[in-house]
Design a protein around this ligand. Structure first.
Ligand code: ATP
Length: 352
């Protein structure tokens, strides 16, 4: 039985549907990520699950129980917000103990559970500190301990890492993933950061304008996007518009690409920048191009190439070697391996 089922969940603000007929399941122990651009309805979905926002239609069931009408404190859900939302006048210990005190647990049990929860986030020795005496990353770990201490049926995380700086975000991300695996707790995380989504989620739910665009593993969404929106949102892509016939695809700019496959029905080619390879000399399967911009990023370099006819390709390469001496205006070749090509039909669906 899945841990959580959303069945045609809908939220209307006036006539505007912030979330429209959203259905999904979260399995026991699964880490699900809701991903999408600002305003697509991620937070509203999370808030309906937590009970902070009343659903206009549809149902939420948790552990087989319909909780759609239940108030938040009866749902046994742990929530972590972007801004930590710790109580500033309470110590770390009392912040974490809060949910247990509300549930009127005996003092000895509170002490034991709070100590264990702080141990999980490696903050045992910080119990007596006040939130303002701690760093952002530490405060967020307190918030995570506070959400976990009640042994929730599901953990909801609303952009929990976005207030942290880049290095800390990466550290807390690893910790969060390890903790979620260790506890095996069903988790939903909301983010607009695709790297975060890909690295944390067992499955991702890509949302757009209140609706689900696609649900799948990071690999499935990356390899076989179900729409142009997903293709553009997950990873980066070069998009070439045109039309395919037989083994040829001709872009609107008149550049033709040939491959050992059928392009019938394909209207857009998506080429992943990291799957393309630049070469210094001509060779089979290579097309001539001219360098227009080189952006050095340490381990990799991004190279913008102009193709005959006016199409442009962005290529991502491991830096070093002759690439470090490549400059705008230089004539090079680009190799397009068959598995770098994802053909999209008129509906944006990936074609094999
Ligand atoms: P972000 O990443 O910016 O937080 P989001 O994907 O979480 O965005 P939501 O906050 O769920 O998006 O908002 C979805 C839509 O619902 C938006 O168009 C938003 O303006 C609208 N909305 C959210 N809350 C309310 C409200 N209380 N009243 C009216 N409209 C709202």
């Amino acid at each position: 039985m899945p841990a959580l089922i959303l069945d045609r969940l809908t939220k209307l603000y006036g006539t505007h549907a912030a979330v429209e007929s959203l259905s999904l399941t979260v399995d026991d122990g699964e880490f699900l990520v809701l991903l999408g651009p600002s305003g697509c309805g991620k937070t509203t979905t999370l808030r309906m699950i937590a009970g902070f926002v009343e659903a206009s239609d549809g149902r939420v069931s948790l552990g087989g129980r319909d909780i759609t009408q239940e108030p938040p404190h009866r749902r046994n859900i742990g929530v972590v917000f972007q801004n930590y939302a710790l109580f500033p006048h309470l110590s770390v210990f009392e912040n974490v103990a809060f949910g247990l005190r509300r549930r009127k647990r005996p003092e000895a049990e509170i002490k034991e559970r709070v100590t264990r929860a702080l141990g999980l986030v490696r903050l045992e020795s910080f119990a007596e500190r006040m939130p303002k005496q701690m760093s952002g990353g530490q405060q967020q770990r307190v918030a995570i301990a506070r959400a976990l201490v009640i042994e929730p049926d599901i953990l909801l995380l609303d952009e929990p890492l976005s207030a942290l700086d880049a290095k800390l975000r990466h550290e807390v991300r690893q910790e969060l993933k390890a903790l979620q695996r260790l506890l095996g707790i069903a988790t939903i995380l909301v983010t607009h950061d695709q790297d975060e989504a890909m690295s944390l989620g067992d499955r991702l739910v890509v949302m757009n304008a209140g609706k689900v665009e696609q649900i799948g593993t990071p690999q499935a969404l990356y390899r076989r996007p179900a729409s142009r929106f997903v293709a553009g949102f997950i990873g980066r892509g070069n998009f070439l518009e045109g039309s395919g016939q037989g083994r040829q695809f001709t872009t609107n700019n008149g550049w033709t690409l040939e491959a050992e496959r059928s392009f019938d029905g394909v209207q857009t080619l998506m080429l992943r920048p990291e799957a393309l390879a630049m070469a210094a000399a001509a060779g089979p399967g290579r097309v001539p191009a001219r360098v227009s911009l080189v952006t050095y990023l340490g381990p990799i370099a991004e190279v913008a190439l102009d193709l005959p006819g006016g199409d442009r390709l962005l290529v991502e390469q491991a830096s070093g070697g002759w690439l470090d001496r490549t400059a705008p205006g230089q004539d090079v070749w680009v190799e397009i391996p068959p598995d770098a090509i994802i053909g999209l039909d008129a509906d944006g669906l990936a074609r094999a």
